[in-house]
Design a protein around this ligand. Structure first.
Ligand SMILES: [Zn+2]
Length: 256
């Protein structure tokens, strides 16, 4: 039987002022936009987040006029999640599952390119992402994610393949139903933090974005992730960490 594998897919970049994503910082930041492919020993495939929407080849303003005030994109047609999958000989039509950390535009934009997958999302996130006020402010856009997929709304911890190999871990705060993904590779457990932690320094200094659903809740989720690192020996892979991303091996075999 083949090993459980985790393959990072680079689905473009966003740049913005650091203070607009983490309160108190200065300068600009470049944010990698990842989608993470998990290949289960059974042959089933899962994506954790789907990157940016293909419209962003024309810039952020092509789809999100309000977000364009804050973010600039570097995104070409080869950066879509389906192109990244095709590069490693995986047909986007064959992907079995999508797990969403949360439903902000940089995490679910490629969902329409993965039409046959079952979506797994925390119920609180799915509900929040349909809130009219949040849609009006471009916090969420149902046209990115509510496309007729089979949607499994979970509440709390969820064992994706019912064998303990891949676990959804609720880490709310950044959004109402944010979750992280634990992938128990043979070489050791990895936790994909999503936007509970953008990058390493943010965790070390317990820094928060200037926005968010609930800061206390996010701090508590950050402490939980830190304990998974410090006590359980999990390797954390952060949501938008340029330095960490540039050191990852972006090969078709990924991590195992
Ligand atoms: Zn994000």
């Amino acid at each position: 039987m083949s090993k459980l594998r985790l393959v990072p897919l680079e689905c473009g970049w966003l740049s913005t002022s650091a203070s607009s994503v983490v309160a108190g910082l200065t300068g600009n930041v470049n944010l990698p936009i990842p989608s993470w492919l998990v290949i289960h020993p059974s042959g089933q495939t899962l994506l954790f987040d789907t990157g940016l929407h293909q419209d962003l080849v024309g810039g952020v303003a092509a789809r999100y006029p309000l977000m364009a005030r804050q973010f600039e994109s570097t995104f070409n047609s080869e950066d879509t999640v389906s192109s990244r999958l095709a590069n490693i000989q995986i047909d986007s039509l064959s992907v079995d599952k999508i797990v969403f950390s949360h439903l902000h535009f940089d995490h679910c934009g490629g969902t329409g390119l993965i039409p046959n997958a079952q979506i797994i999302v925390q119920r609180a996130e799915w509900e929040s992402a349909h809130h009219p006020k949040l849609i009006e402010h471009e916090v969420y856009n149902p046209a990115d994610f509510d496309l007729g997929h089979d949607v499994l709304q979970v509440e709390g911890l969820h064992d994706v393949f019912s064998d303990g190999s891949v676990l959804c871990i609720p880490t709310p705060g950044h959004t109402a139903g944010h979750q992280s993904l634990r992938v128990n590779l043979e070489s050791g457990p990895i936790v994909l933090t999503g936007d509970c932690v953008y990058w390493q320094e943010v965790l070390e200094k317990m820094l928060l974005p200037p926005f968010g659903f609930d800061h206390e809740m996010q701090l508590s989720s950050m402490r939980h992730l830190k304990s998974l690192q410090d006590i359980d020996g999990c390797r954390l892979l952060f949501g938008h960490d340029q330095a960490q991303w540039e050191q990852l091996e972006l090969s078709p075999m990924g991590l195992s």
